[in-house]
Design a protein around this ligand. Structure first.
Ligand code: SAM
Length: 227
């Protein structure tokens, strides 16, 4: 869950609107997904439209055939990522909340992506351990966007199902600068700081993080490639 406590800069939202108007255009499936999320009472914590399209482009740049997503919500980022798949591609998305998963399955089906998307319910750590034990196969692209305190464990699981060249993206790693608070009592900040420590110490990863502003205020993504 991402709480946005800081000020919203009207310029950030206006620039996001400009980006959407000029580069993204109208997208009935994505608009319908957001409307269904709101109608279903889901929190408004999906990636922004510009960020969703960035994830789509990253997955295409990576040539991803198999995508793993941790944290589905209503499937907004799922739809953007699944649209990056070539024919025969597969996206597995993990979600703990049964209602979120139901809304997401409906949104994904309405977007015409039901055949290539598999939304699995339960705590993501359990689903990941089951996937590793069953040797389900490696992923080309991993998007981590669930409970932030588990991000170090999610990175370890992602690495266990990666090959050299796998791209890993983690959302909400700046947290309006909260990542700098080394004494924070917020387990999401501690999880984020542990994530930076784990990725920084991991010899198999080349990584950076990029700060973002926009309709989702000040936050950012960690981006890594497995060497
Ligand atoms: C920020 S939202 C995901 C947003 C989505 N990626 C998007 O941009 O459209 C985080 C989601 O992770 C789910 N979640 C939280 N803890 C989880 C856990 N332990 N295992 C699986 N999912 C979890 C929440 O229920 C929520 O739906």
């Amino acid at each position: 869950m991402v709480e946005r406590v800081g000020e919203q800069n009207p310029g950030w939202s206006a620039v996001d609107a400009y980006i959407v108007e000029h580069l993204l255009g109208d997208d009935s499936a994505l608009s319908a997904a957001l409307a269904a999320n709101a109608a279903g009472g889901l929190p408004d914590i999906d990636v922004s439209p510009a960020q969703g399209r960035m994830l789509h482009l990253f997955a295409r740049m990576a040539g991803a055939l198999r995508i793993l997503e941790i944290g589905t919500l209503g499937g907004y980022s799922t739809i953007e990522l699944a649209r990056a798949l070539p024919a025969g591609g597969k996206l597995i998305s993990l979600e703990i909340d049964l209602h979120h998963a139901d809304v997401a399955r409906s949104n994904v089906a309405k977007a015409g992506l039901g055949d290539c998307v598999d939304i699995r319910t339960g705590p993501a750590l359990d689903s990941l351990q089951a996937m590793i034990a069953a040797r389900e196969g490696l992923f080309d692209f991993v998007f981590i966007d669930a409970d932030k305190q588990n991000n170090p464990a999610y990175i370890r699981a992602a690495l266990a199902m990666s090959r050299p060249g796998t791209t890993i993206v983690v959302d909400n790693v700046i947290r309006e600068g909260g990542v700098l608070d080394e004494a924070s009592g917020d387990e999401r900040i501690r999880g984020t700081r542990d994530l930076f420590d784990a990725v920084g110490a991991e010899k198999r990863l080349t990584a950076t993080a990029v700060q973002t502003v926009g309709v989702k205020k000040w936050d950012g993504f960690l981006i890594a490639v497995v060497d």
